[in-house]
Every structure is written in C-alpha cells, then in structure tokens.
Design a protein around this ligand. Structure first.
Ligand code: BEZ
Length: 217
C-alpha cells in the first residue's frame, strides 16, 4: 500500500554513494527529503541533483537533510557525481542511495509499473523530525521537479507546526497567512497575532506572517 501523509517513514538500511545508511539514524533530529529518480547518467536527473547540491545552505537553514535514490549501483553513482559536479557547477554534498535490490523503492512504492516496469519514478517525501511523512509528490520521468517548491512547502510546514495558521495558495515566506478556523478565542488570537487580522469572511481571517522577521536562523 502506498504511504500516506502522517504515516511513519519506513526505516531501512541501504548502501549509498557515501557508504551504508541506516535511514532513521542518519536523519537524527533533522527533517528529511528523500527523492528518487529514474536512472544515473540521464539529463533531467543530472539537473535535479545539481540543483539540490546548490540548495545546500537553504536546506541547512531549515534543518533538512537531502538524500537521493535510484536503482543504479554505488560505482555508477560515484562516476555520475563527477559529471553532475562538472556540468552543474556544484559539489554533490548528499548521499545517493544505491537501491539495486529495490528494497527501498518497494517500501516507498517508488516503482509505478504502468509508467516503467523497473525504474523508480520521481517520488519525493518530506519527513519531519518525528519521522512522519509530511509531503509526498510524484512526478513523471519526463518532468524535473521544482526544488524551490519543496523548500516553500517545508517553510509552510515548519511555520504552521509552530503557529495556529495555514498558508494560502501561492504563499511565500513573508506573505499573509490564514488563522486556522478552529482558533476562535479572541484573547488567544490577540496574543498570538498582535498585528491583528482581517476577517474577509468569518472563516477566512488573514494575518501577517507571524515569522515575518524570520531570517532562517
Ligand atoms: C532524465 O532524467 O533525463 C530522464 C530519465 C528517464 C526518462 C526520461 C528522462
């Protein structure tokens, strides 16, 4: 059965370009982004891994560890990393899991046989420090992912975990947010949102980003 939001991310032990990984232990207290790609030495994957490497500081600011996966072996990953570094102007700074026996792919339902019988699709999981799955996205092999969107969702998750708000469509850090409908106590609202709020409708109450001074530190 496929994994759903709120499920515990399955633990595993598998080899990677940086040596064997015990997933939960490797994550520690960090957030995690686990993402699969169809194969090494393919063009779209090369750009995706380059982008991830270049976003290292952005991931670090949010306490996120990234880890990629494909069904290719470690030696292939290591050779391909040289190409990624050369062509994308980066230094790959995260492990790529070598899931030759498809153990992790099966646990995370990353092979979609009607799309490809043996290769992983572009699955991505965001996992929180409690090892719960907080975001799943699946892209086809022909479409590279938008890693700025992944960061945007992590920003939203980290803020909404902390404050009684949710983020509207196309929200970006610093933009107005909505007060969750379950929060009705006006004293608590005043205390939580000293800048006030605008009730567009009783259920749609906009307030400035409670972390608007947030610098990611
Ligand atoms: C790619 O990463 O470029 C790719 C992989 C599989 C199919 C099509 C494109």
């Amino acid at each position: 059965m496929s994994l759903r939001l709120g499920d515990t991310a399955p633990d595993f032990e598998q080899d990677s370009s940086e040596g064997p990984i015990r997933f939960h232990e490797w994550l520690g207290d960090s957030w995690g982004v686990l993402f699969s790609h169809p194969a090494d030495f393919t063009p779209v994957c090369t750009t995706e891994l380059g982008l991830t490497a270049k976003l290292k500081d952005e991931f670090a600011k949010r306490n996120v560890k990234a880890v990629a996966l494909s069904v290719d072996p470690v030696d292939s990953h290591k050779e391909w990393i040289k190409d990624i570094n050369e062509t994308q102007g980066c230094s790959v700074n995260f492990p790529i899991i070598a899931d030759q026996d498809r153990k992790v792919s099966a646990l995370y339902d990353m092979i979609h046989p009607e799309a490809d019988s043996s290769l992983t699709v572009r699955s991505l999981f965001v996992i929180d420090p409690n090892k719960k799955i907080r975001l799943t996205i699946t892209y086809p092999a022909s479409t590279g992912r938008n890693f700025n969107e992944v960061l945007r969702v992590i920003d939203s998750l980290q803020m909404t975990d902390e404050h009684k708000v949710a983020t509207p469509g196309n929200w970006e850090v610093g933009g107005d947010v909505v007060i969750v409908p379950s929060l009705q106590d006006e004293d608590e609202i005043k205390q939580r949102f000293p800048q006030g709020y605008k009730a567009v409708k009783s259920y749609l109450r906009m307030t400035p980003d409670p972390r608007s001074n947030w610098s990611g530190e």
